[in-house]
Design a protein around this ligand. Structure first.
Ligand code: MG
Ligand code: MG
Length: 275
């Protein structure tokens, strides 16, 4: 069953998700060569608890940290550690909170220092895929329109979509129905209705789509060792279109500009997600 949120519940989700956006914006600012993901994790947990919230991932099925920090070929669910980030790395930061009974969830992939043009393309295309996916968040749209939009954009640029992990509904639980794959045919599956809230999260590999989980039981990496990027927003379905609950000013101004490089033929203003 897909749960629709009441206006009062949606307001609580706005607060939880704004906190996620604010903490991720701060982490993005802190990413630099020499910084460790463990240090980022410490900052994230402190800021979440100071805001009266609780980290959503810490202890979730035994995950040991506040932050999922996935470096280079790591796709998702990397465990923060004491290895310094190096110039040219990319690091995906995925974070969730629960506040006043409702969850927020978002992820960004951040360049460390100066990255290769190809890595920058991967980040840009993944971010664009998320934007195109969010444009599909319309009343009476289909869940599968989201994955179709991601796959079409990603594969047109020669990258590949991870199949093993999916987006999800979110609300009073971190993972609710429906599952939201990042691939597939349009026009299938449940229709969207006002009050649904979705965490949309394309995971995109530079090479082959297949992934494996390392011996720590968590970290998913690309089998071919190619780089992987991950961007996620929590988005509410409203009668006015998508409302992105995890958008922040820093997100808009980040190094991967949302609409950079988009073809002029694609609709931008009419259907772009509101902030
Ligand atoms: Mg997430
Ligand atoms: Mg998620």
């Amino acid at each position: 069953m897909i749960v629709c949120k009441s206006p009062a519940e949606l307001e609580r989700m706005r607060v939880a998700n704004a906190l996620v956006a604010a903490v991720l914006a701060e982490l993005r600012r802190l990413v630099a060569p020499g910084v460790t993901t463990k240090e980022l994790d410490t900052v994230a947990e402190r800021q979440i608890r100071e805001a009266g919230a609780v980290p959503a991932f810490k202890g979730y099925q035994g995950f040991p940290a506040t932050l999922c920090a996935s470096v280079n070929e790591a796709v998702v669910h990397g465990i923060p550690d004491a290895t310094p980030l190096a110039d040219g790395d990319i690091v995906s930061l995925d974070m969730g909170v629960v506040l006043d009974g409702f969850y927020g969830d978002s992820a960004i992939t951040v360049p460390v220092g100066s990255i290769s043009d190809r890595a920058a393309d991967l980040l840009r295309v993944t971010r664009e895929a998320l934007d195109l996916a969010m444009e599909q968040v319309q009343v009476k749209g289909h869940v599968s329109d989201i994955g179709y939009a991601v796959q079409r954009h990603v594969e047109a640029h020669g990258f590949s979509v991870v199949r093993e992990f999916v987006g999800h509904g979110i609300g009073a639980k971190l993972h609710e129905e429906p599952q939201i794959p990042n691939y597939g045919e349009p026009g299938r599956g449940p229709r969207l209705a006002a009050g649904m809230v979705l965490a949309i999260e394309p995971m995109v590999n530079m090479g082959n789509p297949s992934v494996k989980v390392l011996g720590d039981g968590w970290t998913a990496v690309t089998r071919d060792g190619s780089l992987s990027a991950h961007f996620e927003h929590t988005v509410a379905v409203t009668s006015d279109g998508p409302e992105v609950l995890t958008r922040s000013a820093a997100d808009e101004n980040g190094p991967v500009a949302a609409l950079e490089g988009r073809e002029a033929a694609e609709p931008e203003l009419a259907s772009s997600p509101r902030s």
